[in-house]
Write a protein that binds this ligand. Sequence first.
Ligand SMILES: *Cc1c(COP(=O)(O)O)cnc(C)c1O
Length: 397
Amino acid sequence: MDLSMSSTDIIETEARHTSGVYAKQPLAFVRGEGATLWDAGGQAYLDCSSGHGVANLGHAHPKVAAAIAAQAARLVTLFETFPNDQRAALMSRLTALTPGLERVFFCNSGTETVEAAVKFARLSTGRSGIIAAMRGFHGRTLGALSATWNKKYREPFEPLVPGFSHVPYNQVEALEKAVTEETAALILEPVQGEGGVYPAEAGYLEAAQAICAQRGALLIMDEVQTGFGRTGKMFGYQHSGITPDLLCCAKSLAGGLPMGAVLLGPKVQNLVPGAHGSTFGGNPLACAAALAALEVMTTEDLPGQAAEKGAYLLAKLKAIASPHIREVRGLGLMIGIELKQKAAPYLKALQERQIIALNAGMTVIRLLPPLVITYPQLDTAAAALAAVLTGDAAEEN
Ligand SMILES: *Cc1c(COP(=O)(O)O)cnc(C)c1O
């Protein structure tokens, strides 16, 4: 549908009707292709955010678009009590990527995967304790929010769900003390995303798995952001030697359509009919989109591309000599530039140079470009970052 609305029309209409929970940018995008977004006036922008880590395949991937169109004309909705060809194929395809995790629960968003994982862990163990990490982010519905660390997200909504506690990330001794015979599960991100782009240190996930196994607790990996090639492997945990008991994925799973999936290992038990469910979960439209997306991820080796391009971009960013940078870190195409001051003015300066990037907390610039971003586009992004972090723009801030 071509609505022919001007940028101003779009921006003012949204400003009038928004709930208020989003800090709206003064930019209206109407079209995308690969790592490029076009605003309503036809100006191109380089997307280094992927819609918060969703568009790993880039925008408007033709294979995903074709799969959605074909399935939309065939069957959009079917409750999971009835098996379906697209869903069955997706179940085989997805579980083939995660040896040891043979079963899957489908839902529609990241936060729903965490809700399901927490319920499944409590049901499997008969225990209620859930341990999460400081700086961790797991979503905003009340259960997932109880696992999320940031006070700003949590405090206005208390009381939250009882039984949740937090430990410092990357500290094995803290896990030794915190995980007990009352713990149902430990939930961790393999690279903390919203919390500031902090990768797990070597050996941390292995220690976490061993401690959980010893105490009879389950290990939940929240790979909503790190999954599907983002970190240079299909899943972030695959950089380590572990297999989690539950694996949460969403964001880029269905090539941009809303979809979540929790993959389940053998210790997840007692999932009987009626124990949990979702009206839209596993709908044939999202399954067809996910099948096409997974096909592209494997045939185009997006994890391999993320590993190479991530190393290339990381090296370029580390070479920027700016007094404002504290540290550059990341894994694959998930990169954080921690500043000594607020990130917001630099994000604005980047936007003025037609680059869309994200923050992670107050002081980290976070880059999550589509994994199909080209090398010339990576050069453009790195040059713009160098300019805003070393040039006049940096002084004005
Ligand atoms: C984005 C995110 C979520 C929440 O996903 P939604 O789809 O926004 O509910 C949960 N965990 C992690 C690690 C995320 O990055």
